[in-house]
Design a protein around this ligand. Structure first.
Ligand code: IVH
Length: 741
């Protein structure tokens, strides 16, 4: 066989292989080969096609990347019109539909319904001729749509060629194109990072992405599709039911809903509707109801159509998750950390199944970006259990006297100054625990389930206790007695004594929970756990200094001295205002130096070497910023008072058993990790640290081992030139296993 034929055969083989793996990846969600392998195959095919343009076919997987931009979409007339659906807004309306269907059919007919979620995207019609995707068109007005073939080709789950060979000469399938929620969030994140416009919801994002004139842009958008029906079919008989037809489509490699179910009566339909409703938030994509279709094609034919919708199908809708209402005012709520959150006071509106009169506006940046003003008509969204939010303002409805929203300069609760640190999205009240609002939130956090887990201490009780000045800090909780608590609103002797006994019970806690319950800014559950496990006791945590934790390199010390003369005399400046504009210099560095030197003059006498600091304690995930927050927290006298009161009240935890790593073979050895490993580097790092080893960033002659994964680069060559032993994954696994880690 000549080379020319060999190339042609290989191209054909590659197309088949890629089509197969594409289907496994996008449609079955069950890839067989890693992405890099897929890319290799794709690149090989691209290369062949570049050398031999005559071998490029329109169904080639290489054609998914997007082509030249269009000026406008061409119009497409649908061979069979694309219809719409009637809606049912509750069970009664569904029952009426079911009755209408039965009234029209002969009494002997037993109607079944094919049920599946109603996807919130946009309708599309795909046309396959001889198994090859030749056209994709939007619904448009139902008769004429837009030709979006180039864009649809970029959607991974849509086959460019049907599988098998037993398919119709012409097959038109109809379905919904949508954007999965995770892809939507990631897209908006990227848009925000680029300073570009974000999308209000996945539906808009899907529509905007599909109607791009430049298919290269569509190719970057995470779109997906499920088929739900047929258009023109020529030269092949189809099945006798909707559900069977969907199975045929799936066999040809087309994506269909995994939620499709046949219901044999209206009771099963109601159960299906309820169960999808319960699972709605957990689905990977937005849906707005359930579509029920008479399953038997013969019965569909008998029922026919009215105006623009079939008589044999109905969309039963969930309560709408978005509504319009009036933004009457904006108030600022103060959280545990002092963060001020703008809260919208709305004209009450029924949305997502409940009446909503308050919704979050997130933060000032969001308000400015969306240009929301008091007096605007706004879109309010409440999805599932998520807090209601203001999505956007209807700018065309804005009254002349709409008022811009400003962050207050003083805390609305305690009147302390409000500051916003540059680079942070939030503004905070500086009142700390002097602020009633922060005090309440701090105590609620202390009592919460993942913290001290005080059963029966609800938010309302905490608020009353603080308002009536019965408690000022978390430790005061343990001084409460039944008589005092029983006097509170909605409390009785019994509930009061229950609360007192759960307070007693909560005194027996664990060190990680206790550290978490203190509500130190940025110290979450995991970090509290890491701190507790590394240090083992509260005393050790209290003794921490920045010296123990913060690194100051020689280069930083030099830069610092160069600029230090421009500093205020006093090194220690309010934490909220970093003293100068040196990128590397965090307030942790300033604090670290202020611990040792009294004034700038003192500091300027030092050599850069004297300023260098090498941390002695490494806590997984704890960087400079958190280190400073942690150390500063324990240094505040009023925090120390609260800690002492808590311990005196009997709060206690079992000692932490620290693993003794001193006799581990890895103890004290220095490792560098590089290249692609089968597990995240962080996980190897954590295990090595646990075994007492050090993990550093660059290879030097002091490095004991380099762990090199795939495609390791300069670090590997450096290790080889320095004679540092190189380990592969199997070797490091064996070493860790031997030491019991
Ligand atoms: S069946 C004859 N099934 O809802 C029309 N439609 O409100 C057959 N939709 O234009 C439509 N998910 O774009 C059907 N599982 C589903 C659907 C669905 C979403 C859309 C479709 C239609 C619109 C009607």
């Amino acid at each position: 066989m000549s080379d020319l034929f060999a190339e042609e055969a290989r191209a054909e083989e590659l197309r088949k292989l890629l089509q197969y793996h594409n289907h496994r990846y996008y449609v079955l969600d069950d890839p067989e080969i890693p992405d890099v392998e897929y890319d290799k195959l794709l690149r090989e095919l691209q290369q062949i096609e570049a050398d031999r343009p005559d071998l490029r076919t329109i169904d080639s997987p290489t054609q998914r990347v997007g082509g030249a931009a269009l000026d406008a979409f061409e119009q497409v007339t649908h061979a069979i019109p694309m219809l719409s659906l009637d809606n049912a807004f509750d069970d009664d309306e569904f029952a009426a539909f079911d009755q209408r269907v039965k009234d029209r059919l002969s009494r002997s007919a037993t109607v079944r319904y094919a049920a599946e979620p109603k996807l919130d995207g946009l309708a599309i019609s795909l046309r396959y001729e001889q198994g090859v995707l030749v056209q994709a068109a939007t619904r448009g007005d139902g008769t004429t749509g837009e030709n979006v073939t180039a864009n649809v080709r970029t959607i991974g789950s849509i086959p460019l060629r049907l599988s098998g060979n037993d398919y119709p000469e012409v097959l038109e399938v109809r379905g919904e194109i949508f954007m999965p929620k995770a892809g939507f969030d990631a897209l908006n994140e990227r848009q925000r990072a680029k300073g570009e416009k974000t999308f209000a919801n996945p539906r808009n994002a899907a529509a905007g992405s599909l109607r791009q004139l430049d298919s290269k842009i569509t190719a970057t958008r995470p779109l997906a599709m499920y088929c739900y029906g047929l258009g023109e079919v020529v030269g092949h008989s189809m099945a006798t039911s909707q559900s069977e037809n969907m199975r045929l489509l799936a066999n040809w490699g087309l994506p269909t809903s995994p939620e499709l179910k046949v219901c044999k009566d209206s009771a099963e339909c109601a159960a299906y509707f309820a169960s999808i409703g319960e699972r709605r938030d957990g689905l990977a994509y937005d849906i707005d109801g359930v579509v029920f279709k008479v399953d038997q094609v013969e019965l569909q034919k008998q029922l026919g159509f009215v105006a623009r919708a079939p008589r044999w199908a109905i969309a039963q809708k969930f309560p709408a998750q978005e509504q319009l209402t009036l933004l009457e005012a904006v108030e600022f709520q103060v959280g545990r950390t002092g963060a001020l959150t703008p809260v919208a006071r709305l004209k009450p509106v029924f949305v997502g199944g409940v009446t909503v009169s308050n919704a979050t506006l997130h933060n000032m940046d969001e308000i400015e970006r969306k240009d929301i003003r008091v007096g605007d008509t706004v879109i309010v969204r409440r999805a599932g259990d998520v807090i209601p939010e203001v999505v956007s303002a209807v700018l065309s409805d804005r009254p002349d006297d709409a008022k811009p929203i400003h962050m207050p300069e003083q805390c609305p609760v305690c009147e302390s100054q409000v500051v916003r640190i540059s680079g942070e999205a939030v503004a905070r009240c500086t009142g700390g625990l002097f602020c009633q609002a922060q005090r309440k939130e701090a105590i609620k956090h202390f009592a919460s389930r993942k913290a001290m887990d005080i059963d029966g201490l609800g938010d309302k009780i905490v608020e009353q206790l603080v308002d009536e000045q019965l408690i000022k800090d978390p430790a005061d909780l343990f001084a409460l007695d039944v008589a005092t608590v029983a006097k509170l609103e909605r409390m009785a002797e019994k509930s009061a004594s229950n609360l007192i006994s759960s307070l007693d019970k909560a005194k027996h806690t664990t060190l990680p929970r206790f550290l978490f319950s203190l509500g130190i800014l940025g110290i979450g559950e995991t970090m509290a756990m890491n701190i507790a496990n590394t240090l083992g006791s509260l005393e050790a945590v209290q003794k921490l200094t920045l010296h123990d934790l913060v690194e100051l390199k020689l280069s930083q010390a030099k830069a610092f001295l160069k600029y230090a003369s421009a500093l205020p005399k006093e090194l220690r400046v309010p934490m909220m205002q970093p003293p100068m504009d040196l990128k590397w210099c965090s307030s942790a560095h300033i604090e670290l130096l202020a611990e040792q030197y009294d004034s700038v003059a003192d500091l300027l006498k030092q050599s850069p070497e004297a300023l260098v600091n090498q941390p002695t304690i490494s806590i997984e995930g704890l960087g400079d910023v958190l280190a400073e927050k942690l150390v500063m927290f324990f240094r505040q006298p009023h925090n120390q008072d609260v800690l002492n009161k808590l311990i005196a009240a009997g709060v206690q935890w079992p000692a932490i058993e620290k693993v003794d790593v001193s006799d581990s073979e890895l103890s004290g050895l220095s490792f560098v990790l590089t290249g692609t490993l089968s597990q995240p580097r962080e996980s190897y790092k954590a295990r090595l640290l646990a075994a007492g080893a050090k993990v550093v960033g660059s290879v030097s002659k002091n490095t004991n081992y380099l762990v090199a994964g795939e495609s390791a680069g300069s670090k590997l060559s450096k290790a080889e030139s320095l004679g540092v032993p190189v380990l592969d994954e199997a070797a490091i696994e064996a070493m860790l296993a031997k030491s019991g880690f």
